[in-house]
Design a protein around this ligand. Structure first.
Ligand code: GLC
Length: 543
């Protein structure tokens, strides 16, 4: 099963030279590494950059084009590194700048690109700017780099407006001197004031710092949040995030953010090698998401509408068409994503019964995603079919959302449990010093070691699918799919030289065989009478 791994033609860019520019990102498969949970190089129970470096050959052999790393910057870790204290330093728990340099070089030698996470909406409360702003007190010009305001009420005891934090509770915290500061996330994550020229200049400089280090791109955290509506107006409603589907909120998806991205695109374009940026932009519609990827803005945006779609043929078809239609006018590639570090893993999320997990559906969903034109994101561990861990004890949880929002279930820790690499060993090969979140015993059989070479495994399914994506270049290219007639609950679409069939129903369906089977998420039976697609199965056919 692994004989193709040595085939260097799969990595045409593998060399010591900088990777050449080829529109690579338009159909790239980009693998998300969550550094604290990927591999632990120094045995302290926490993943780190040396751990990622050691495992780069695994990612090359998996067949991905690029690796996006969640933040590894200096941070007190109030939100697992999405609270950055120094944008130009690596947190000692993850390594050093020297390690980061080595990672970028090693990746390029293997023909892999590196995308780093940039967190521009907010800093850590331990960032030098915020500490100075607090120290200098009300009226200080340094406070203008953040959103400080006097409170309402007789003694300023009420927050300046009614905005709620994404993690629950008010979006404002009162400083000891009586002024309030805005934080759309945890209080340890004060929001920058993006109207301030110093903030704009600082981030242009941070971009250049990492581009000079050789990174191939950025994932822009909360890309929709930077600019707030003038006057910070009240919303007049609770559960504000639920409104996002119907309306543009005064703190999200404001038109002013696009000027920021136009200025960043000019910087990216100054560098050789097609450096890119992908927006984490939660917007009401795919049409508004398309605004982030106009030709003079960012290159890609995550397709969260796709991620949020149920395992239902009609709904999937609709979101696929809508996504492709929305991107066509701006000539940007559509992206596809099923899992990341913020959502319930799709092996669990797509299950009919959310308390169990359904690797069969997850495999079918992954093969569908990888058959679509555009760029696909794979979250570490989904290639192993890992489920969400739903029974973590409260005392090990670290997600700030768990602590802030009464009644919330701390769901983000359950998708962040460290990766099992080997079938044996204290932390299944994650590292020699245990693992910062406990791994279920059942993960021994889901480890990389246990799955490698087993043609029925999810890991080998991903390897085979990614190899075929490279061999059939038409698969990731293009802007549309051609739907064919299909029974209810089944999708059939044609791509150049290729047909994909997806049975989303819980029962087998018989169809005329469209060609010869290339790959299938579950065994498919082809007879003279047709092809029997088992329940919840995707099949790739050569035609
Ligand atoms: C993004 C990140 C998430 C983080 C939040 C605040 O949504 O993906 O993990 O908590 O931004 O930075």
């Amino acid at each position: 099963m692994t004989q193709y791994l040595a085939d260097s033609t799969r990595h045409p860019h593998a060399s010591d030279q900088p990777v050449a520019a080829t529109d690579w990102w338009r159909d790239a498969v980009i693998y998300q590494v969550y550094p604290r949970s990927f591999a632990d190089g120094n045995g302290d129970g926490m993943g780190d950059i040396p751990g990622v470096r050691e495992r780069l050959p695994y990612l090359r052999d998996l067949g991905v084009d690029a690796v996006w790393l969640s933040p590894f910057y200096a941070s007190p870790q109030a939100d697992a590194g999405y609270d950055v204290a120094d944008y130009r330093a690596i947190d000692p728990m993850f390594g050093t700048l020297h390690d980061a340099d080595g990672l970028i070089r090693d990746a390029h030698r293997l023909g892999l690109r590196i995308i780093v996470d940039l967190v521009p909406n907010h800093s850590s409360d331990q960032h030098e700017w915020f500490k100075q702003a607090l120290r200098e007190g009300p009226g200080s010009p340094l406070r203008q780099r953040y959103h400080f305001r006097p409170g309402k009420g007789g003694n300023g005891e009420l927050p300046p407006n009614d905005w709620e934090s994404v993690f629950g509770g008010p979006a404002w915290t009162r400083a000891a001197d009586g002024e309030w500061f805005l934080h759309l996330f945890a209080p340890e994550q004060p929001d920058f004031n993006w109207e301030h020229p110093a903030v704009q200049d600082e981030f242009r400089s941070i971009l250049r710092f990492w581009l000079d280090m050789g990174v191939d791109g950025f994932r822009i955290d909360v890309a929709h949040g930077l600019v707030k509506a003038d006057g910070l107006p009240d919303i007049g409603a609770h559960e504000q995030l639920k409104l996002l589907g119907n309306d543009v909120l005064p703190f999200f998806d404001q038109d002013g953010v696009h000027e920021v991205y136009r200025s960043w695109r000019r910087i990216l374009d100054e560098y050789h090698g097609e450096r890119i940026a992908v927006a984490e932009a939660w917007t009401p519609t795919v049409e508004r998401t398309a605004n982030y990827v106009r030709s003079d803005e960012l290159h890609q945006a995550f397709n969260f509408q796709y991620l949020g779609t149920k395992w239902d043929a009609a709904e999937l078809r609709e979101v696929i068409d809508r996504s492709l239609d929305a991107m066509r006018p701006v000539a940007a590639p559509t992206t596809w994503v099923l899992s990341n570090h913020d959502v319930v893993r799709h092996a669990t999320r797509l299950s009919a019964d959310q308390r169990t997990y359904d690797v069969r559906r997850a495999r079918a969903a992954s093969l569908l995603m990888l058959a679509l034109p555009g760029s696909a994101y794979v979250y570490q561990g989904e290639e192993l079919g890992l489920p969400e861990v739903t029974d973590l004890p409260d005392e090990v949880r670290q997600d700030p959302a768990f602590f802030r929002a009464a009644g919330q279930d701390g769901f983000r820790d359950g998708c962040r449990v460290p990766i099992p690499w080997t079938a044996e060993g204290g932390s299944y090969g994650f590292g020699s010093g245990g693992s910062w979140l406990p791994q279920p015993a059942s993960w021994a059989s889901l480890s990389v070691e246990a799955q490698t070479g087993d043609p029925a495994s999810t890991l080998e399914l991903y390897r085979a699918a990614l190899r075929l994506r490279r061999e059939l270049p038409g698969l990731g290219a293009g802007e549309s799919v051609h739907w064919q007639d299909a029974p209810q609950g089944v999708l059939v679409f044609r791509r150049p030289g290729f047909v994909c069939t997806v049975n989303t129903t819980g029962a087998p369906v018989t169809l005329p065989a469209p060609g010869t089977v290339l790959l299938s998420s579950a065994p498919v039976e082809v007879t003279a009478d047709g092809a029997v697609l088992p329940s919840d199965t995707t099949v790739w056919w050569a035609v």
